[in-house]
Design a protein around this ligand. Structure first.
Ligand SMILES: NC(=O)c1ccc[n+]([C@@H]2O[C@H](COP(=O)([O-])OP(=O)(O)OC[C@H]3O[C@@H](n4cnc5c(N)ncnc54)[C@H](OP(=O)(O)O)[C@@H]3O)[C@@H](O)[C@H]2O)c1
Length: 257
C-alpha cells in the first residue's frame, strides 16, 4: 500500500487489547495519522486508556463503539465518524475476532458458541467492509486497503494436513468464512480498494496465552507490539499485484488456504 500520502486515516477494529492495541499504538507513532480504534465498550478502562498512548506530531486517536457482530452498531459507528470530521478512510484493519476460551473438538463445541463466532469472525468481516467501503472509496491514498487479520486455523488445506487434529474447528470455520468473504470481495469489487487476508502469526495476546496453557506445540509467538510492527511492514509493502484477494502469512508470502 502506498504511503506517499501526507496524512492517513486508519480504522482498526478490536483496538482496545491484544494485536489491535499494538496496531493502534504503532500507527499513532506515525506523523499526521488519525487512528480510529473500534471498541465494544468505550467506557472500559482499557478503551479509556487508549487516549494516553503516545502520538506523533499531527496524529490523534478517535475511539468509537463498534461491535462488528451487530449491523446497527457498525452503521452507527460509521455514521458517528462524520461528526468527528472523518469523510474518508485510507486503511481498514479487520482485527476484531471472537476466540474460544479453551481448545475443544468441533463436535462438542456448543452451537450457540459457533453461532456467535460465525457472526463475529465471518459475517462481521462482510459487515465491516459494507459499512466502510464508501469511505475507502473517498480515500486520498492511491491504494486504500482493507486488510483482514486472518488465521491459519481457518485454512481448509491445513485442516486436511498439519492442523487435522488441532481442536479449534469452530473458530477455524468462523475465520474461514471471513477469509472467503474477503477473497470474494476482492474478486467482485471493480474499484480501487486493495483487499486481502493476512495471518499475523502467533501473537502473545491474553487470549493466546490462555489457550496456550492447554497446548504443547512449538512456541513461535511474538508480543502484540512486535506483531503489530510486522503486520504494518507487510501492509506498507502491499500492492494490488502482489496481495489483492490473497491469503498471506506472517512473512508476507502466500499461505496454504
Ligand atoms: N493471537 C494469535 O496468536 C493469532 C493468530 C492468528 C490470527 N490472529 C488474529 O489476530 C486478531 C487479533 O488477535 P488477538 O489474539 O490480539 O485477539 P484478542 O486478544 O482476543 O482480542 C480480540 C479483540 O477483538 C475484540 N472483539 C471481539 N468480539 C468483538 C466484536 N463482536 N466486535 C468488536 N470487537 C470485538 C475484543 O474486544 P473485547 O475486549 O471487547 O472482547 C478484542 O479487542 C484476531 O483476528 C485473531 O483471529 C491471532
Amino acid at each position: 500500500m502506498s504511503s506517499s500520502i501526507e496524512s492517513s486515516i486508519v480504522f482498526i477494529t478490536g483496538g482496545n487489547r491484544g494485536l489491535g492495541r499494538g496496531l493502534v499504538s504503532t500507527y499513532l507513532l506515525r506523523p499526521a495519522t488519525t487512528v480510529i480504534a473500534g471498541v465494544r465498550n468505550p467506557l472500559h478502562e482499557l478503551a479509556q486508556s487508549l487516549q494516553q498512548l503516545p502520538v506523533a506530531s499531527g496524529s490523534r486517536i478517535i475511539v468509537i463503539e463498534a461491535d462488528v457482530a451487530s449491523t446497527p452498531s457498525m452503521q452507527t459507528a460509521i455514521q458517528s465518524l462524520a461528526s468527528q470530521g472523518i469523510d474518508r478512510l485510507d486503511l481498514v484493519i479487520a482485527n476484531a475476532a471472537l476466540t474460544p476460551s479453551k481448545l475443544e473438538p468441533l463436535l462438542s463445541t456448543p452451537s450457540a458458541d459457533i453461532e456467535q463466532m460465525t457472526r463475529t469472525n465471518g459475517l462481521g468481516i462482510l459487515n465491516l467492509y459494507r459499512e466502510t467501503q464508501p469511505l475507502l472509496l473517498n480515500s486520498a491514498s492511491p491504494t486504500p486497503a482493507f486488510v483482514h487479520m486472518a488465521a491459519l486455523t481457518g485454512s481448509n488445506k491445513l485442516a486436511q494436513t498439519a492442523l487435522k487434529s488441532f481442536p479449534m474447528g469452530a473458530f477455524g470455520g468462523s475465520k474461514a468464512l471471513g477469509h472467503f468473504f474477503v477473497t470474494k470481495l476482492a474478486g467482485e469489487e471493480q474499484n480501487q480498494v486493495l483487499i486481502f487476508n493476512l495471518d499475523p502469526g502467533e501473537v502473545r495476546s491474553e487470549t493466546y496465552l490462555q489457550l496456550r496453557g492447554d497446548y504443547r506445540g512449538d512456541d513461535r509467538s511474538r508480543s502484540p507490539e512486535e506483531s503489530a510492527k510486522n503486520v504494518c511492514k507487510i501492509i506498507d509493502g502491499a500492492t494490488k499485484e502482489s496481495c489483492h484477494g490473497k491469503f498471506l502469512n506472517e512473512e508476507g508470502a502466500e499461505a496454504p488456504f
